[in-house]
Structure formats: structure tokens, C-alpha cells
Design a protein around this ligand. Structure first.
Ligand code: COI
Length: 364
């Protein structure tokens, strides 16, 4: 797909950009440009064409107040990162896995399919335009946020016939702020994130909107994230508000909830499974109930617990707060296996560990 470019835009002075890159935080600052591709349905309202691919100055989107994304939430998104290597080149990690997931989400939300090469090209064009925004500090990267929204002005409830795909970028350090340290997680008993046949496996804004009230509860209880359970399946552990979860068992086995259609299939999740297998670790994707977490911590069968995702990378979990009950130790140091997997994954992403699976794609 051919992109047109309007590249002269600079929203921040070189000095301001340098100050942001010195301490990027997560999700607060945005680069100078955005990638956009528009989709319009044909007569049948189902098939359609993508066109007008462009890199334009970053800025507010002009939307009709009746645009269906604003009313019915027909929206999906992705998250991936661009890493600066020591030689100055910029790479991203498994973008075709994100492209494929975007299309699975699109199918579930009745949005159009986007050609995987067009998806990767949109990232490449945006990163090339804003390459000076890619941080080079340890654990830092340019977070890329592709998303697709229904822009058609129409209040009937049906799949929109006008859609916009966009990518924005934001320099990012540790998702949880400051230095990496174990986080506390709050168990939600009042809310579920997803149900059978719902949108749990899709990366759509609605899932995250539905998690926010529970996230507020977590924050009120001093926790960084919320854990959702499947109350109909022995309180099976599902996932965190925006991350998958892993357990390191005594003897070195890795356990993570299996994909049941209510859990997001994380790209980081699947990469960790591969890296663990490469190390000769046993990996089990299965149901794990809250009770097993409680007993495993008490009797030593579970040695480490961690969260993972593009934004979180691999973040150790210190304590699980289940109401008044505290499972684990908020002061416990990060586990050895957790940190070894984190170091290896970040090493591959930043070019200091061999990319033996061919996961990296050069952007600039
Ligand atoms: C990501 O990890 O990329 C996500 O989309 C999750 C969100 C917590 C930032």
C-alpha cells in the first residue's frame, strides 16, 4: 500500500522532546505524526476498500458526533513497541502476530480485515517519520498503538460502513512507573472481564472499559492491577486488566491459564511459552483456580508469579490481595526465573540476545 506523507510537523522543541525521552513514563506523551488508512464499504455493506494511506501531523480527530464508535464502541486496538538497538537501527517484535490478532479482533467486532503487510508498513512509515522519538534508555521503547474505529455517522445498530485505522506512538518506560519492582494485584469478585461467547479474546476498548471499575477498586486497595476470575469454573484465574499471568512452579514448570475464548492471546504470553520451552522448561496451559494459587504459595508449590504484556513486559507479582486475605509477600524480591525470562525477552527485543526465532522486523 502506498502512503502519502506530510512530514514537516514538530509538536515539541528538540529540548522538550529530550526532556520527555529522559523520563518517558507510560502513555503521557505522543510523537509528531500519525498513520491513517480509511475504509469504505461497497454497496453490499460488507466488503470494501482501504485507501488514502497517509502519514499526517498528530492532532485531534474530527469525528461526526453520531460516529458509531462514540455510541456503540465498535473499536479495536493493538500494542507493540519499537526498540532502538545499539547501532541506532530501530526494530519491532513479531508485528505479524499483532497484525493477525488485529484481524481476529476485527472479525469479532464486525470491522474490516486489514492486509498484514499494510499494518506493518503503517508502523514502518510512522516510526521512520518520528524516529527521533525512539528512546534508547534501558527498558525503554516507542510504544505503538494501532487502532481501528467506526467513523460512520449512523445511529442504527449495525456494522459501520466507514472505518478509520490509525497508529499513534508514545515513548515508554516502565508501565508501572519508576524502577521495576513486584506489584500487588487485587482479586475482583464483583466484576467479570468477559463471558463465554463474549469479546474476551478480542482486543477491543469495551473489555478495558469494563475493567475500569474493578481497576479503581484495586487502586483503592493499594494494588496496581486487578485479577479477573471465571466464577463459573471454580474461580479459575483468567487474566489481569491488561496483562496475562504466569506461575513458576517448584521444579521449574511454567503454568499459565489456557486460552478459552475469554482470555486475550498475548504476543508476549506466546513468546514466553516459547522461550521457556527453549530452556527445557515444561509449560502447561491449563485451568488454575484461585485456591491453587493460595495453597501453592502456602506450601511452596508456586515459587514465582508474574504478569506479562507488551506494556508490562514481564513484571513480578508480589502479593495477591483477596479482600482481607493476602497471598504472597509484597516485599519478596523478584523471582529468578521471572527475571531470567525478562532479561532474555528484552535482550532479543533490544538486539543484545540472538533473535533465534526471527521475531524482529526492522522499521528504521
Ligand atoms: C499492552 O500491553 O500493549 C496493552 O495493550 C495493555 C495495556 C495495559 C497498555
Amino acid at each position: 500500500m502506498e502512503f502519502t506523507e506530510e512530514l514537516s510537523h514538530q509538536r515539541k522543541s528538540d529540548q522538550d522532546r529530550a526532556a520527555i525521552l529522559a523520563n518517558p513514563g507510560f502513555g503521557d506523551f505522543f510523537t509528531d505524526h500519525t498513520a491513517v488508512i480509511d475504509w469504505t464499504a461497497s454497496e453490499d455493506g460488507v466488503t470494501g476498500t482501504w485507501d488514502n494511506a497517509r502519514i499526517e501531523p498528530y492532532g485531534p480527530i474530527s469525528l461526526d458526533p453520531a460516529a458509531s464508535v462514540l455510541h456503540y464502541g465498535q473499536e479495536i486496538f493493538e500494542g507493540l513497541k519499537a526498540y532502538r538497538h545499539a547501532d541506532g537501527t530501530v526494530w519491532t517484535f513479531r508485528p505479524y502476530a499483532n497484525a493477525a490478532r488485529l484481524n481476529r479482533s476485527a472479525e469479532r467486532l464486525a470491522l474490516p480485515q486489514l492486509d498484514e503487510d499494510a499494518f506493518v508498513e503503517s508502523l514502518r512509515r510512522l516510526v521512520k517519520a518520528d524516529v527521533q522519538w525512539v528512546p534508547s534508555g534501558e527498558g525503554e521503547a516507542l510504544y505503538l498503538r494501532p487502532f481501528m474505529i467506526a467513523t460512520e455517522a449512523f445511529l442504527g445498530v449495525r456494522a459501520a460502513r466507514e472505518v478509520s485505522y490509525r497508529v499513534i506512538a508514545s515513548p515508554a518506560g516502565n508501565y508501572f512507573g519508576g524502577e521495576l519492582k513486584p506489584v500487588g494485584i487485587w482479586v475482583s469478585h464483583n466484576y467479570a472481564r468477559a463471558g463465554r461467547g463474549g469479546t474476551g479474546a478480542a482486543k477491543c476498548g469495551g473489555n478495558y472499559a469494563a475493567s475500569l471499575v474493578a481497576q479503581l477498586e484495586a487502586e483503592q486497595n493499594g494494588c496496581k492491577q486487578v485479577l479477573f476470575l471465571d466464577p463459573f469454573n471454580d474461580e479459575a484465574v483468567e487474566e489481569l486488566g491488561g496483562m496475562n499471568v504466569f506461575f513458576v512452579m517448584k521444579g521449574g514448570k511454567l503454568v499459565t491459564p489456557r486460552l478459552t475464548g475469554t482470555i486475550l492471546e498475548g504476543v508476549t504470553r506466546s513468546s514466553i511459552i516459547q522461550l521457556a520451552k527453549d530452556r527445557g522448561m515444561d509449560v502447561e496451559e491449563r485451568t488454575i483456580a484461585l485456591g491453587e494459587w493460595r495453597e501453592g504459595i502456602a506450601n511452596g508449590d508456586i515459587e514465582e508469579v508474574f504478569a506479562c504484556g507488551t506494556a508490562a513486559v514481564i513484571t513480578p507479582i508480589g502479593v495477591l490481595k483477596n479482600g482481607e486475605e493476602h497471598i504472597g509477600d509484597p516485599e519478596a524480591p523478584a523471582g529468578e526465573v521471572t527475571m531470567a525470562l525478562r532479561t532474555e525477552l528484552l535482550g532479543i527485543q533490544t538486539g543484545v540476545v540472538a533473535d533465534r526465532h526471527g521475531w524482529l522486523e526492522r522499521l528504521a
